[in-house]
Design a binder for this molecule. Structure first.
Ligand SMILES: C[S@@+](CC[C@H](N)C(=O)[O-])C[C@H]1O[C@@H](n2cnc3c(N)ncnc32)[C@H](O)[C@@H]1O
Length: 219
């Protein structure tokens, strides 16, 4: 697409720029390093800062995160949420929760603002209240997305937002030659979300793809 006389739009470079536009501070960097040591990959600043903006725009006070890891996404969410907001973050791996709690302490997050539940999300989500949450963020392994979407939509108040990171699998989803189980599973979720009358989705091409979907007021 030519935007000016002779100018040529390079979307790849724009995508790359979005990952360098913001630099992680020491707390985020240390949380990322712990995540690498634990084998819990995390998101870049483009995805993290987008989630912070969404949490801030919602003035989110009640947020659920599926897949705590070392707490990098948790930190971005807490920074965007209302000062008295509570993050409920779910991960069956207690070592990940130990690392995330270290990050929360370094950030100076007051203990009552985080609730870590060390169980599989499928055990926890049914126990959470309907329409009680402003934001549900899915960062667990992409092939498990389908298991969480219906539960996540039930948790959202009208106007609340579902956010799924890794929803383009770094481009695999849009490449038809990729037919593995995980890629096919993510594609199915994306198509289902697009047809879900309860949601108004948007695909944001930052990081490995972030799908945002707002819970409609009229459905
Ligand atoms: C990609 S990592 C999360 C990264 C983290 N949100 C971050 O960006 O800092 C995926 C996480 O999902 C967790 N996980 C795996 N199975 C899960 C399940 N059934 N319910 C919740 N979390 C799960 C893993 O233990 C891992 O910490």
């Amino acid at each position: 697409m030519t935007t000016e006389a002779g100018a040529h739009e390079d979307r790849g470079a724009a995508w790359a720029f979005s990952e360098t536009y913001l630099v992680e501070d020491a707390t985020l960097l240390r949380a990322r390093e712990r995540g690498v040591e634990l084998g819990a990959p995390t998101v870049g600043t483009a995805t993290g800062s987008l989630l912070q903006v969404v949490a801030g725009a919602l003035q989110a006070r009640a947020v659920v995160e599926i897949g705590t890891g070392s707490g990098v996404v948790s930190l971005w969410l807490l920074r965007g949420m209302a000062p008295d907001g509570v993050l409920t973050t779910i991960d069956p791996d207690v070592a990940h929760h130990r690392a995330a709690k270290t990050a929360f302490a370094e950030e100076g997050v007051e203990p009552h603002r985080t609730r870590t539940i060390s169980r599989p999300a499928t055990d926890v989500l049914p126990r959470l209240a309907d329409a009680a949450y402003d934001l549900v963020v899915v960062t667990a392994e992409p092939h498990t997305l389908a298991a969480y979407v219906d539960a996540a939509v039930r948790l959202l108040r009208p106007g609340g937002v579902l956010a799924m990171v890794d929803s383009l699998l770094a481009g695999r989803v849009v490449d038809p030659t990729w037919r593995d189980h995980e890629t096919a599973a993510v594609r199915r979720v994306l198509w289902a979300l697009r047809e879900d009358a309860r949601l108004a989705p948007a695909m944001v091409p930052v990081g490995d793809g972030v799908l945002l979907a707002v819970r409609r007021h009229d459905a």
